[in-house]
Design a protein around this ligand. Structure first.
Ligand code: HEM
Length: 544
């Protein structure tokens, strides 16, 4: 007889099974979801895990905390998590390095592993079409482009065109004198600094120059490099209410499209902007190459330049038109707004420090005198001016986050696992503001560099990483190849501005040193100053 208890027992049994099954499904789903949201930390085969770091949000990771002033957030986390910590943006693992010795151990001593770049969807694949020297992984294309670039940028090559840098620095001072009507009207030095840097690069790359800030190429070239490095598109409601901001396409942590692959497939204004920028670069700089090529074919003698060298060697080097256009774009982007930005930060900072200017003037008058402009040869005898420039670069590195490297294989450092393809960010803000190295780090104080006679390009090779002046030019095998030309250009411009002018704030127009334009590269927001010629000799020496 089938008893009630048997009947009840079989139903209780199947009910229990159903509950167990349901519970298993629910817990498996929760586990899968939790793993997706909080994945377990990657470990190497010895069980070493990645360094600790901030816990980000599901899907986007730490992105929402890095949209404005990312260097300040990274600095805060460096104090909390230490000199090597990890974070995630979308699906990408990042590690942030904030200590000079770790930078050296990884990126110099182990440069064979840590010298690649992540092929960012926007910057590398879309804007540079996989060929941009700054953005390509550590591969043969990069080696070839870096070798060609070095031919024009190593210190020996720079000697050959220092007369160009010298000339453009004089024109800069000349223009500032004229636009400021000899100190009678306020002047914004920014477009003049921009044109000075632009002319230097135009001469090196194309063998041409512009003769006024109103030349159409000035606006066009500066717009392209600013679009690449600096610009966020701000959508505004009425005049002052920001609806939303579309981030700069190329900053190391400035957009999610690079790290959330689905965004690359959906209609996305960041992708459209990047495609347009690619087209503009190829049209502008590629167009200039075609013109030079046509002149050469017609038997015309064209000035020596990077383009001329590339055209002459394009079969041997296997360079197609796009390769040449993108290499020129890398020079025009990397070499213009960067040096101009240092000249601009100097001009924005120095009016607030009349006592520093007075000391600089006294040194210039003692060493150079009032009968000529300072030259490249004077630099070693002008330690205070040299120190002012290093201090501007420490306080206002245009690239607080550098250009990140990636590692081409798994690596374990001091018991911390760094999986292959991690994006390694140089946290220069924290290193430039380390009180152990730079006492009172937020103070502008050139005296801290008074005994450092090295060029930054020399300082980068010091055995003791803690003694390096600053990290503005990056590090290791990807270090900025333009640093020799950049240093010389900045030296000539700043030493001559100091020689010629007393620079002062305009009463009622305070200069904002906290705010800046851009995310991946930084320059001050527009400002005006008074640039008063120091004496009658200025006019005479400038031949006015
Ligand atoms: C103040 C001026 C400049 C600053 C602050 C600067 C900064 C930098 C930084 C941080 C990097 C990345 C380094 C790394 O990966 O560790 C870099 C790379 C580069 N810079 Fe500069 N730069 C400046 C001027 C120039 C100039 C004048 C040129 C001339 C063409 C130039 C061309 C390049 C190129 C081609 C790269 C890519 C190197 C590579 O990936 O192999 N830069 N620069």
């Amino acid at each position: 007889m089938s008893t009630f208890s048997q009947f009840a027992g079989s139903h209780v049994g199947s009910l229990t099974q159903a509950i167990v099954l349901l519970a298993s499904i629910v817990s498996a789903t929760v586990w899968v979801l939790l793993r997706a949201v909080f994945p377990s930390k990657p470990r190497d085969k010895h069980g070493n895990s990645i360094p600790a770091g901030p816990v980000g949000l599901p899907i986007v990771g730490s992105f929402p905390f890095l949209t404005d002033y990312p260097e300040l957030t990274l600095d805060y986390w460096a104090k909390k998590f230490g000199p090597l910590y990890s974070l995630k943006l979308g699906n990408q693992l990042f590690m942030i390095i904030s200590d000079p010795q770790i930078v050296k151990d990884l990126m110099v001593t182990n440069g064979a592993v840590f010298s690649s770049r992540k092929e960012m969807f926007l910057k590398s694949k879309t804007i540079f079409a996989g060929r941009g020297i700054t953005a390509t992984p550590y591969n043969d294309t990069w080696r070839k482009h870096r070798r060609i670039a070095a031919g024009w940028l190593v210190n020996k090559a720079v000697e050959g065109y220092t007369h160009v840098l010298d000339y453009e620095a004089t024109v800069l001072v000349h223009d500032l004198y004229n636009h400021g009507q000899a100190g009678n009207v306020p002047v914004n030095p920014q477009p003049h600094a921009g044109r000075c840097s632009l002319n230097n690069m135009l001469t090196i790359v194309f063998g041409i120059r512009t003769d006024t800030i109103d030349h159409p190429l000035v606006g066009k070239a500066l717009r392209l490099s600013r679009e690449f490095m600096f610009v966020n598109v701000v959508f505004m409601l009425a005049h002052s209410v920001n609806l939303f901001v579309l981030r700069n396409c190329t900053g190391p942590v400035s957009n999610l499209t690079d790290f959330v692959p689905i965004l690359q497939k959906l209609p996305n204004y960041m992708v459209t902007r990047s495609q347009k920028l690619h087209e503009d670069l190829v049209e502008t700089y590629g167009g200039m190459i075609l013109e030079i090529e046509a002149r050469m074919k017609a038997g015309e003698k064209v000035p020596e330049s990077l383009v001329k060298t590339m055209i002459e060697n394009k079969e041997e080097e296997q360079l197609d038109h796009k390769d040449m256009a993108i290499l020129c774009s890398a020079f025009m982007i990397g070499g213009v707004e960067t040096t101009a930005s240092i000249m601009q930060w100097f001009s924005a900072l120095i009016p607030a420090y009349p006592e520093i200017q007075a000391k600089a003037h006294a040194e210039l008058d003692r060493v150079v005198g009032r009968g000529r402009l300072p030259t490249v040869e004077d630099e070693k005898n002008l330690p205070y001016i040299h120190a002012i420039i290093k201090e501007v670069e420490r306080c206002h590195n245009p690239f607080w986050l550098g250009t990140p490297h990636t590692n081409t294989q798994d690596f374990t450092y001091r018991g911390q696992f760094i999986p292959k393809d991690t994006v390694m960010v140089l946290n220069t803000y924290t290193m430039h503001h380390d009180p152990a190295r730079h006492a009172d780090p937020h103070k502008f104080n050139p005296d801290r560099y008074i005994n450092d006679g090295t060029l930054s390009s020399e300082s980068a090779n010091l055995a003791n990483a803690y003694e390096r002046d600053h990290w503005m030019f990056g590090v290791g095998r990807r270090i900025c190849p333009g640093m020799w030309v950049a240093e010389r250009e900045v030296w000539l411009a700043i030493s001559r501005m100091l020689w010629a002018f007393k620079m002062e704030e305009i009463p009622g127009e305070p200069i904002d040193l906290k705010e800046y334009d851009g995310l991946s590269g930084r320059s001050p927001v527009p400002f005006r100053i008074r640039m008063t010629p120091r004496d009658e000799k200025v006019k005479e020496v400038l031949g006015l």
